[in-house]
Design a protein around this ligand. Sequence first.
Ligand code: BGC
Length: 455
Amino acid sequence: MRSAIARGMPGTGLLRALAAAALTSASVLTVAAGTTSATPAPRVDNPYAGARVYVSPEWSAKAAAEPGGSRIADQPTGVWLDRIAAIEGAGGGMGLRDHLDEAVSQSGGEPTVIQLVIYDLPGRDCAALASNGELGPDDLPRYKSEFIDPIAEILADPAYADLRIVTVTEIDSLPNLVTNTGGRPTATPRCDVMKANGNYVRGVGYALGRLGAIENVYNYVDAAHHGWIGWDDNFGAAVDQFAEAARAEGATPADVHGFITNTANYSVLREPYFTVDGLGDPVRQSRWVDWNRYVDELSFAQAFRQRLVRAGFDQGVGMLIDTSRNGWGGSARPTGPGPQTSVDAYVDGGRVDRRIHIGNWCNQSGAGLGERPTAVPASGVDAYVWMKPPGESDGASQEIPNDEGKGFDEMCDPAYQCNPRNGDNPSGALANSPLSGHWFSAQFQELMRNAYPPL
Ligand code: BGC
């Protein structure tokens, strides 16, 4: 989640060196013998343009129950299919059909997007433990038959043909293969296993192909964030990895409608007080930037898009940016550039992303809500979205037994220091957090307080 860069980030100069059509059918509504069936409308270039976006009643109710929460409770957020049981509705919650039915009823006949996060790969989340998942590294057959196939069957139901179904496939997985494998200091044994057995690539390929065959599904592949694959050594390698997955298991690049960056992460949209070449090389040499080629998400997403097109993805490929928690407002937000006494003073004094290290990813202290969900906000960007529902934890700050496949990741413990994926820094996590996905009221309150733009 989010995982950060951390996961991928090469950390220091030294580590950096080491880390290296759309089917279109006419929109036909056929009414026969008292039943309504529809074939999907033609896939559009940007599904968010001119469309409303589904508001999950479950998230909305939790937000509205918080003091001040009604200010944002009508915002659209992602629906996470994070385990097989979520298809029918885990723990008595809404299942996939419930959400789709509700989306149809919210649509009032207008174009409507529903956002689904497809997140249950075998050996999931190989560089972290907070969202390890239920399927073992070799469980690709179960992933296909018990997770992707039933989802595809439901999404293909003609009752949902008028929805624009946005899917975000398997966050963190392919980026983990790029940066956290193969003898790099950031490598983990589990990521090496997933690289060697090919099940991330095959699983993503299978999901893209199966879901991409449904005419009103828009597949967006997770592309980490600038603080993970913004380094030269990772940037092109990530594109190559995505291109490989988009050709696996019967998928083709045409099954990919776009990419999403910053899902459930905290990387800021724009750093207003310095640019990557503002002081020439010195900014890149700062401890914070650490030779990255990008200092914020918008510049990264736009450049990454160009590179994807060069690698054979469609010219019209669109980017989404998760802005749910990358606002960094509030009283600690700098109001101008830092002093030019040293490069670190300059960057640290002016940066609005206040994380201790850009590799930190779990329940970050000081974060705020970012841009409200917006369609067509910038060139090449289909939408700013709130894919991670604000207020849902990234992971527990201590071990909590559970049957959700959630492990304890020390990056969620504020007392933890030291791993190469965050440059051996303190985790910056909030204390007393619940399991990933569970409601974290204190974080929700802080996110509202530190919203930028302010609420
Ligand atoms: C968790 C999921 C949860 C999602 C959205 C992930 O970290 O693993 O269970 O649905 O976050 O909050």
